[in-house]
Design a protein around this ligand. Structure first.
Ligand SMILES: [Zn+2]
Length: 257
């Protein structure tokens, strides 16, 4: 293989590495450079709010010291590269209390002054009142969530209109965010990516797997095209069918806890 033959390909690869295409759907940015390792994906999203010029951040990554990456810095750098300054982030949606979702919440609230959103039960655990004693990593810092959600609350000002759905199981107040107009489900840890499909969360880090299956059955009734899980590759087309398959599978090979 000649130098001349390799040159253009190398340039192309370098360009791809420098500026990967991470707007996975219009107005939906999957932030790169935040995964602690290739087999541990943390799909932190920036969503463009249709009304006004603000942005919404969905979950905040692992805390400093628990990841080789400074996630808050990586989020900021991603924003700078794509014209999304942290000052434009006005809303932070949180799916649940675990530290890989709340690890930078305190720091990012201090930086952005954004409103914060999650289910009212989860908000208590994120405030560490009471401390969470269930499976999975508890939140590293106490944060007072400003917008305590109930099932079915409509957030018309967020992205292109979001409905908050209480989907307990993985944690007691796990919240899934659904955009009906775009048929996108921001699933958090209600399901996990698995070989191009999805499965209910494994029992070792799940508060109640039976509740998680009940919540998954509900999600499977929604009109959904795209499912963006926090862990695993997003499913941009045909996500509804995958959700139905996962709900039918239920616990799969992993017996109920
Ligand atoms: Zn979790």
């Amino acid at each position: 293989m000649t130098e001349a033959g390799e040159g253009p390909r190398r340039v192309q690869e370098a360009a791809f590495l420098l500026a990967p295409m991470t707007e996975i759907l219009p107005g939906v940015h999957l932030i790169d450079g935040v995964n602690p390792s290739p087999d541990f994906t943390t799909n932190i999203l920036l969503l463009k709010d249709a009304k006004g010029s603000s942005w919404t951040l969905l979950d905040t990554g692992l805390p400093r010291g628990k990841s080789p990456v400074d996630t808050a810095k990586a989020i900021e750098q991603y924003g700078e590269k794509h014209g999304i300054p942290l000052s434009s982030v006005k809303h932070i949606l949180i799916t649940h209390l675990h530290a890989d979702h709340t690890g930078n919440l305190k720091a990012l609230v201090e930086r952005t002054k954004a409103k914060t959103y999650t289910h009212w039960i989860e908000a208590c655990y994120i405030a560490q009142d009471p401390p969470y004693k269930g499976p999975g990593m508890p939140p590293p810092d106490r944060v007072d969530i400003t917008e305590k959600l109930r099932d079915g609350d409509k957030l018309d000002h967020v992205f292109e209109g979001i409905v908050a759905l209480a989907t307990p199981g993985h944690t007691p107040g796990h919240t899934t965010y659904y955009c009906p107009s775009r048929k996108i489900l921001f699933a958090g840890d209600s399901v996990f990516g698995n070989n191009g499909g999805m499965v209910v969360s494994a029992k070792e880090y799940t508060f109640s797997q039976s509740l998680a299956v009940i919540s998954l059955r509900r999600l499977a009734t929604l009109d959904v095209e795209s499912v963006i899980m926090y862990h695993g590759s997003p499913i941009l087309k045909g996500g509804g069918a995958r959700l139905k398959a996962a709900a039918k599978e239920g616990y799969g090979a992993d017996p109920e806890n």
